[in-house]
Design a protein around this ligand. Structure first.
Ligand code: HEM
Length: 506
């Protein structure tokens, strides 16, 4: 029986015990392969991307959850599936691809300045500031509307749904994942099937379409992602559910992941204070106290670049590489048969934890990413980490997430001393670098810390830039009348727009 808690650690141990990069576990009659080694992952998912870019059948996450027609779940086995997946990838690329995200730098920078300003005012609420920031950035991209407040339901409700989804979808968990082995269990109506956890209602599906529809009907911000989707819609015969999932993915895939990464960054600073000195030395030399870092400084800040890479490596949020891949035909790896359609999962925990590539892997050590440094080791690919997945299925939002994490980490390092919390009696509140949640997107369990500006000059700069950022962001102020929690209530506007669609998927 698979462990219910953090199975990625169990697979890492098995892989070491048997000295095998791939471990196969049979769940019922279905083989599930876990790749525990960077070179094997690169060989299969990247070099053989032509074969390994589909998804397996995922009853819980896809069919009962986000939908089979959602980009993250789409098959690429048959030509018509591949064509549709390409359309979705293309649209996402136009929205958040490497070229597009440069256009978002100004408001992303401003939202990150607001984070620094918020940290001045309420440092203990750092988790909320990060969630607001990450959600606001994708909301401006999607709808041209920012999220001003951390208790806006678009944050609280969407992040809660994502935590539930991430929590329920850990392979090996007895329920609801037992349905993957015994699909007939999914056929019972929810009322008499507690193991379904209410799955199958496709709740997000129309909600995001309604938000999109509302946003395109408003004046201004005609360059938003939903305007683009609506104008391209007829060309690709996009259905409402597709517009909804493409928009919803910005939130579902982009807000919890980005904010969890920043929480990990704070934990690393508390646990490894020796890494802060070199960061401050570099930032003080290149940037100084009278302005905060900008992207133009990036090349002059090699240690900060390495620091951000180490944040992505040390405790990668998508700890089992997001969704599994599946080969579109039978394939062999070192003599082992991997049958068509096999559930094949990249174990990012094991990959980023391998002593061969990352000696003393639990130590947060940016030096690993400084070119030519004795602590750096060969790793497949130029980035040096596999946090965003692989090959043709690599994260669509990678450029946005990397760009945003860099500016926010650089700014917070420049502005603040981040330390373990001191109690009034002078003792220190310890932090636990292993105390993470158990979902397939993981984040540190809540911990206390101290975040204080490094000097009075810096404090003034943060305040000045924060106020200026809020003025510049004023153009994105706006409200929505929709709430996910009430959207499907009887007589709600959704009922009129879409009819009663509380039907469970068969
Ligand atoms: C730190 C932040 C993020 C991390 C660590 C992350 C990680 C991942 C991973 C591991 C995958 C699966 C890749 C694979 O199957 O090989 C993925 C897929 C995806 N991500 Fe992200 N992601 C992040 C942020 C974002 C953002 C900001 C967006 C959108 C704005 C986004 C949109 C997507 C989409 C649409 C997919 C599915 C791609 C497909 O199946 O073809 N992600 N992400």
């Amino acid at each position: 029986m698979l462990p219910n808690n953090k199975p990625w650690i169990w697979f890492e141990e098995l892989s070491k015990t048997y000295d095998a990069p791939l471990i196969t576990i049979w769940i019922g009659r279905n083989p599930t392969v876990w790749i525990n080694d960077a070179w094997a992952a690169s060989e299969l998912f990247e070099k053989r991307a032509g074969i390994y870019s589909s998804r397996p059948r995922m009853l819980v996450f896809a069919e009962l959850g986000a939908g089979q027609d959602n980009l993250v779940n789409m098959y690429t086995t048959r030509p018509e599936e591949r064509d549709r997946w390409r359309v979705h990838r293309k649209l996402m690329h136009q929205g958040v691809g490497i070229q597009s995200v440069r256009r978002y730098r100004q408001f992303q920078n401003n939202e990150s300045r607001v984070v620094a300003y918020d940290l001045l005012k309420a440092p203990d609420d750092y988790v909320k500031h990060f969630e607001r920031y990450a959600t606001s950035v994708v909301s401006i991209i999607a709808f041209g509307r920012r999220v001003e407040n951390w208790n806006d339901p678009i944050i609280t409700e969407v992040i809660a749904v994502m935590h539930l989804a991430a929590d329920l979808n850990v392979p090996g968990k007895t329920f609801p994942m037992l349905m993957e082995t015994f699909p007939f269990l999914a056929k019972f109506p929810n009322e008499i099937a507690p193991w379904k956890y209410g799955l199958g209602k496709r709740r997000g599906a129309h909600f995001f379409h309604a938000l999109a529809d509302e946003a395109v009907k408003k004046e201004g911000h005609e360059d938003s992602f939903v305007h683009h989707l609506f104008s391209e819609g007829p060309k690709y015969s996009l259905r409402e559910a597709e517009i909804s999932s493409l928009t919803g993915n910005l939130f579902g895939a982009g807000s919890d992941t980005s904010s969890s990464t920043l929480i990990t960054f704070i934990l690393a600073c508390c646990a490894f204070p020796e890494t802060l000195g070199p960061a401050w030395e570099e930032l003080d030399r290149v940037v100084g106290p009278h302005r905060s870092p900008t992207w133009e400084d990036e090349e002059k800040l090699p240690y900060i670049k390495a620091f951000v890479k180490e944040v992505f490596r040390w405790r990668s949020v998508a700890i089992i590489g997001g969704q599994p891949h599946a080969p579109t035909q039978d394939d062999y790896y070192k003599g082992w048969l991997i049958p068509k359609g096999t559930w094949i999962q990249g174990n990012v925990w094991a990959i980023h934890h391998n002593e061969r590539e990352f000696p003393d892997p639990d130590r947060f050590n940016p030096n690993r990413f400084l070119p030519g440094h004795p602590d750096s080791r060969p790793f497949p690919g130029e980035r040096g980490y596999m946090t965003f997945g692989w090959g043709r299925r690599v994260c669509s939002g990678q450029a946005l997430a990397e760009q945003g994490t860099w500016i926010t980490v650089a700014r917070i390092l420049w502005g603040f001393n981040i330390q373990k919390k001191k109690r009034p009696d002078g003792t220190t509140v310890d932090v636990d670098i292993f105390n993470y949640t158990n979902g397939l997107n993981m984040r540190p369990q809540p911990f206390e810390c101290s975040i204080v500006p490094r000097s009075e000059e810096i404090r003034q700069t943060i305040e000045r830039e924060g106020k200026q950022a809020l003025e510049e962001l004023e153009q994105y102020r706006g409200e929505t009348k929709y709430r996910m929690s009430t959207f499907y209530a009887r007589n709600d506007v959704a009922m009129k727009l879409y009819g009663s669609d509380e039907k469970e998927t068969p």
